[in-house]
Structures are given as C-alpha cells and as structure tokens.
Design a protein around this ligand. Sequence first.
Ligand code: SF4
Length: 211
Amino acid sequence: MVILDMAVRVDPAIRVLTLDTGRLPEQTYRMIESVRERYGIVVETVSPDGGEVERMMAEHGPNLFYRDIASRMLCCQIRKVRPLERKLREFQAYLVGLRRDQNETRATLEQIDYDAVPVKVAPLAEWTSAQVEAYTRDNDVPVHPLYAAGYSSIGCEPCTRAIAAGEEERAGRWWWEEGADKECGLHFTPDGRAQRKVDVMLEEVLAGGRG
Ligand code: SF4
C-alpha cells in the first residue's frame, strides 16, 4: 500500500494490479473497495484460468495445499504464478512491495532486477517494517483490516493466519509446513527438486485439458 500511495501521487493513471486467486478472505475484497474509493483508481483484477483451476481441483481436491509442499506449490502456480505471468506480458516493468527484512529468503533481494522479464522493481527493499508503519500512519494510508487481528502478511484465506509476538513477518503463511520457504514461486523459485515435482504435477493438470 505504501508503494501504491506514492505511485498514485506521481502518476494518478498508474496501473494497479491485484491477484484474485479465488481463495482470498472477504476482508481483502473490502480492502480493494477502500482503495478504489480512497484513490479513485481502477484496480485491475488478475484471475486464474478457470479451466486450469477446475482440472486441478478435479485431480487433487479443493484443499490440496495441506497435503504436501509440492501440492501447495501447484496450487500457487495455477492460482498465482501463471495468471500473473500472463498479465505481466503487457508491461515493461512493475513495482512490488517486497522488503529484505520480511524473511530470510528475501534477505538478498535486489532493488531492481534487470534480469526479470518484465523488469522487477522493489522500491522498499531497504525499508524496515517500522518505516512502513510510520509512512502508513503519517499519510493515512488505508490498512487491511486483518492487520488489526494479528496478521503480518496477508494472502489466501486457508493458507494465512495471525502470528505471535516475535515470529518473523511471513510465519503465518503456510503455517503447517516445516522447513519450507515461505514463498509461493511468485518472486522466488523453489529449489530444484521441489520445482521438478511441481513441474510434473503442473504438466499433468495442463495435459488433462488437452485430452
Ligand atoms: S496461498 Fe494457498 S490457496 Fe492461495 S494459491 Fe497458494 S496454495 Fe493456493
């Protein structure tokens, strides 16, 4: 939200995207309404391919993410990664809100990733959570209602929960997994073995659509 607030001041016509995975909490839709009203902007919704979701759910069930890490990553591929990749073909560069202090995976995050296609810019890479809070307070930026309920990172409803004091920012994501990166493949690629297993499952889901 900090980036959105800054960007709209620079260019009110900037394009704003949100990923609607189909599993978001109701509070997120209320947040989108708040953003639309506050800034008077269009929020473009990026949705997964309906056929891919149907085939994944037929093959693996609606709550496959609880089964194992590969199944969870398959769900993230279908509901997040693939739709965003499709949408980003329209852009030469995009801004993301990632910060290095969010978790270990993000510790070496580059502010501008020129190798990414399109170029990925993380203006807040060096910001701390305290700086984000201060900017939000000082500029009266809309705040997602779940932060008041103890959430520190908000994603899909079944995969996110509030955290306890002292836990790292993304500890509430996929809380049932042990020893796994708290990432979904949107910004960081899983290790080779996990990626290969996900690739095979994904191929099967996509092949089901051609049969
Ligand atoms: S966060 Fe959970 S529900 Fe959302 S896409 Fe990933 S696995 Fe699926």
